[in-house]
Design a protein around this ligand. Sequence first.
Ligand SMILES: Cc1ncc(COP(=O)(O)O)c(C=O)c1O
Length: 380
Amino acid sequence: MKNDLIISFIKECFNTSNFIGLHEPRFIGNEKKYLNDAIDSTFVSSVGAYVEKFEIMMAKLTKTQKAIAVVNGTSALQVALRLCGVQNGDEVLTQALTFIATINAIIYNGASPVFLDVDLDTMGLSPKSVESFLEEFGELRDGVCFNKKTNKKIAACMPMHTFGFPVHLDELITVCKKWNIPVVEDAAESIGSEYKGTPTGSFGQLGVFSFNGNKIVTSGGGGVIVTNDIELGIQAKHLTTTAKVPHPYEYIHDQIGYNFRMPNLNAALACAQLEQLNLFIENKRNLANQYKAFFNSIGVKFRTETKDTKANYWLMCVELENKKERDNFLKETNENKVMTRPIWQLNFKSSLYSNFQKDAQLNAIYLEERIVNIPSSTRI
Ligand SMILES: Cc1ncc(COP(=O)(O)O)c(C=O)c1O
């Protein structure tokens, strides 16, 4: 009965009886103009004016010193981890409740994830879990943090701002500072979200955003690394552009770099989309308010931003009573052309990633059984 009401309400919100996706892109600004311009310029590939323009826009938006555009968020994470010192055999503290790319990026560097629990309110890495883990297993040796159990260096901590809801950043940064652990924010989902008025992605040594087609603004495929450390920013650009030493015509490379640069064509799309970010977020926050009033009225928990934060409401979600209710909801909504998706399977449950150290994961398991994403697109 409740599910019927929810399905009708979502259809009403999107004013359609056709299929409603989870998050669809909207192209209502300068997209075609900038794309045509990029084509006319013949600079469609790895260099061009839009790449620089986009990087300047992203640095301004995130209030950081440098932004580097790359091919996708996953490669941005991979490079960000490497730049903050993650090497073969190291460990990275992170959450199991995340999209698999967070974990893949750790593995690409030859490092191991340590899965720590999330907070129930933010659904992102819990500073308390990090602190308890470090109290039990951490050891500072000449100022470098090691895991006493595995004898491996804990080279980074990577929180993820789930669905655009910022983690408790002050507490997390404090505990990581105490243990000398650099922070890389996986802000792939949280463009435009703020913690105490400051943009997510700008708190760690490095932050990473995704511009995949399912995000609020998209470049088709794309990612950005941001940092306040200018030297790290220069290295990020160098490493992601094949580590070529600047020279008018010689090919000299001083590291094994990556060809991760964002093509100008994608950057043109990204610039046009970024111009509309604030509009899209305001539009989504209106939808969130409508959802909040409706779900409150029928006694279903709709997830809202936590204290001290402003969320971008990338993917909106409800928290159902239990797994059985969740499964029914998923089935009935999808059968009725309203797309819904469960939150991710905890990464340690995948046979790929079952052998890494983890804590009790009580909150992550609770959320995994109950959280479902509902249609969240910007409405035009
Ligand atoms: C949490 C998280 N991390 C990383 C990524 C990877 O970004 P991309 O798809 O651009 O590689 C995504 C999304 O796609 C994500 O949601």
